[in-house]
Design a protein around this ligand. Structure first.
Ligand SMILES: Nc1ncnc2c1ncn2[C@@H]1O[C@H](COP(=O)(O)OP(=O)(O)OP(=O)(O)O)[C@@H](O)[C@H]1O
Ligand SMILES: [Mg+2]
Length: 446
C-alpha cells in the first residue's frame, strides 16, 4: 500500500527521538515509502538540524531529557524561518491534557505510541498534502494580488487617459466656439463697418446741405413776403398759383419739414458713428476707452429690440452710471460682451409680462491697490435654475429653441472678460425673479 501522493515523493522528514530503536524503526518505514529521512537524538540536535536545512515535516517525541518535545516545538514556532514546518508529536503519553498541550504549542497532529505504521504514514501524508495545498493557495494569492494591483494600475491609467481626453475635448470645443464666434464677429464687424462707411458719405452730404438749404428757403420766403407787401395787388395768374400751392401753409410747414429732416439725418449719422465704433475694426490693440460709450453704442444698435411696437410693449432701460476712468482694453471685444449680455437680457424679459426692465449699473470697485470697474446688467426676466446657471459658460449650451441660440454668447464673453482682460464674469439668478450678470474689468491692463 502506498500512501504518498505524487508531490510528496521527495518530502524531507526529520525524526526526533531519544530512543535509537524508535528512530531506526521509523526511518526504515519512511524510507521504504520513498521519503528522505533525517534523524536527531535530542531536541538540541533537532534544532541544529533544522537550522542547517529545513525539513518538510517533523516527527517529534515529547519525552526527552534536557529539552522536551514541547520546548523544541515552541522554539520552532517562535522563529519566523521555521514556524511553518508542520510538527507531528509522537508520544507514549496518552492523556487528553498532553494532547491539548501538544496542540497548544503548535503541533498539527498527535500520534500515540505504540503506533501502527499505516496510521503514521496516513497522518504524515495528510499533513504533507495540507502543507502543499497551503503553499499553492499562498502562491495563487500572491498571483491574484499582483493581478489586482496590475488591474488597478491599468484602471488608473485608463481613467487618466479618459480624463485627458475629456480635457482635450473641452479644449477643442472652446477653440471651435471661439473660431466660430470670432469668424461670425469678424465678418459681421467687417460688414457693419463697410455699410457704415458707405452710408457715412451720403449722410454727410445731406447733413451738410441741410443748413444752407434751410437758409435758402428762409430767404426765398422772406423775398416772397416782401413782394406781397410791396405789391399787394398781384395779377390773377399769380394769386391763382398762390391758392393752388397753398402758399401760407407751405411757408408755415417748410421750416418744420427741414427741421425733421435734420433730426432724421442726425440720427442716421449717430447710428453710423455707433456702428463704426462698435465694430472698431481698426482698433485690435489695447487702448484706453470710455466703457459707457461702448454700452451706449450697443444699446443704440439694439434699439429696434427695445422700443415699443404695435406687437409688443417696449423694454425700459435704466442707466445708473458711476464715475469711471477710461479703461485700457480691447474695446471691440468688450462691446461684444455687452452685446451678448444685453441680448440675453432682452431675450429673458421678452418672455415676461409687462413691465420689462433692464438696469445697467456701473461703478468703480473699492479695492484701491488694483481698482476695477464693475458693470452690472440686471433684468427682471425669467431667470435661471441652479442647474442652468452651472452650464451657462459652457460652449454650445443653450436653452433656446433650435435655430434661435447658438449657446456661444456667454462662453465667448467669459473668454473675453476672464482670459483676455483678467477680469471676472459672474451670474446671480433666480427662476422667475430675473438675472444679474456682473462684469469686472481691471482698470490697469492685464
Ligand atoms: N439674462 C438671462 N436670463 C435667463 N437666462 C439666461 C440669461 N443669460 C443667459 N441665460 C441662459 O444661458 C444660456 C446660454 O446663453 P448664451 O448667451 O451663451 O447662449 P444663447 O443666448 O442661448 O445663444 P446665443 O447667445 O449664442 O445666440 C441661454 O440659453 C439661457 O438659458
Ligand atoms: Mg446669448
Amino acid at each position: 500500500m502506498n500512501h504518498q501522493p505524487q508531490e510528496s515523493l521527495k518530502a524531507n522528514i526529520l525524526i526526533v527521538d531519544d530512543t535509537p530503536d524508535n528512530l531506526r524503526l521509523l526511518s526504515t518505514m519512511l524510507q521504504s515509502q520513498g521519503y528522505q529521512v533525517r534523524k536527531a537524538l535530542s531536541g538540541k540536535f533537532a534544532l541544529q538540524g533544522v537550522e542547517m536545512a529545513k525539513p518538510d515535516l517533523i516527527l517529534l517525541d515529547i519525552n526527552m531529557p534536557q529539552m522536551s518535545g514541547y520546548e523544541v516545538c515552541q522554539h520552532l514556532k517562535s522563529n519566523p524561518q521555521t514556524c511553518e514546518i508542520p510538527v507531528i508529536f509522537l508520544s507514549a503519553l496518552d492523556q487528553v491534557s498532553d494532547k491539548v498541550e501538544a496542540f497548544a504549542v503548535g503541533g498539527v497532529d498527535y500520534i500515540t505510541k505504540p503506533f501502527q505504521s499505516e496510521e503514521v504514514l496516513a497522518r504524515i501524508n495528510n499533513q504533507l498534502t495540507l502543507q502543499n495545498l497551503q503553499k499553492q493557495l499562498k502562491n495563487q494569492n500572491i498571483i491574484l494580488q499582483q493581478e489586482i494591483e496590475e488591474r488597478k494600475l491599468a484602471e488608473a491609467r485608463e481613467r487618466a487617459k479618459a480624463h485627458q481626453l475629456e480635457i482635450t475635448l473641452e479644449e477643442l470645443k472652446r477653440t471651435q466656439a471661439h473660431l466660430i464666434q470670432s469668424e461670425k464677429m469678424s465678418s459681421l464687424g467687417q460688414m457693419v463697418a463697410g455699410v457704415a462707411h458707405e452710408i457715412n458719405n451720403p449722410v454727410n452730404f445731406i447733413l451738410g446741405n441741410l443748413d444752407p438749404a434751410t437758409e435758402y428757403a428762409h430767404n426765398l420766403i422772406r423775398l416772397i413776403k416782401l413782394y406781397q407787401k410791396t405789391y399787394p395787388d398781384c395779377p390773377q395768374e399769380i394769386s391763382q398759383l398762390i391758392e393752388e400751392i397753398e402758399l401760407n401753409f407751405l411757408i408755415e410747414d417748410w421750416p418744420k419739414l427741414m427741421k425733421s429732416m435734420k433730426v432724421g439725418s442726425e440720427r442716421i449719422h449717430q447710428i453710423v458713428v455707433s456702428l463704426r465704433s462698435f465694430s472698431r475694426l481698426d482698433e485690435s490693440n489695447l487702448k484706453p476707452v470710455d466703457i459707457h460709450d461702448g454700452i451706449d453704442n450697443t444699446l443704440l444698435i439694439l434699439h429696434h429690440r427695445l422700443k415699443c411696437t404695435s406687437e409688443r410693449p417696449g423694454i425700459e432701460t435704466i442707466k445708473d452710471y458711476g464715475k469711471l476712468p477710461n479703461i485700457v482694453c480691447y474695446a471691440s471685444q468688450l462691446n461684444q460682451v455687452f452685446m451678448n449680455l444685453l441680448s440675453n437680457a432682452i431675450d429673458a424679459v421678452e418672455t415676461q409680462p409687462f413691465p420689462r426692465i433692464i438696469t445697467i449699473r456701473t461703478s468703480l470697485s473699492q479695492n484701491e491697490t488694483s481698482p476695477s470697474v464693475i458693470i452690472r446688467i440686471a433684468d427682471n426676466g425669467l431667470g435661471m435654475s441652479e442647474e442652468v446657471c452651472q452650464h451657462i459658460f459652457d460652449p454650445f449650451f443653450t436653452t433656446k429653441p433650435v435655430g434661435s441660440g447658438t449657446g456661444l454668447g456667454l462662453s465667448i464673453s467669459y473668454q473675453i472678460v476672464v482670459e483676455k482682460h483678467g477680469g471676472k464674469l459672474t451670474c446671480v439668478s433666480q427662476p422667475g425673479k430675473g438675472t444679474e450678470m456682473i462684469v469686472e474689468i481691471p482698470v490697469k491692463p492685464y
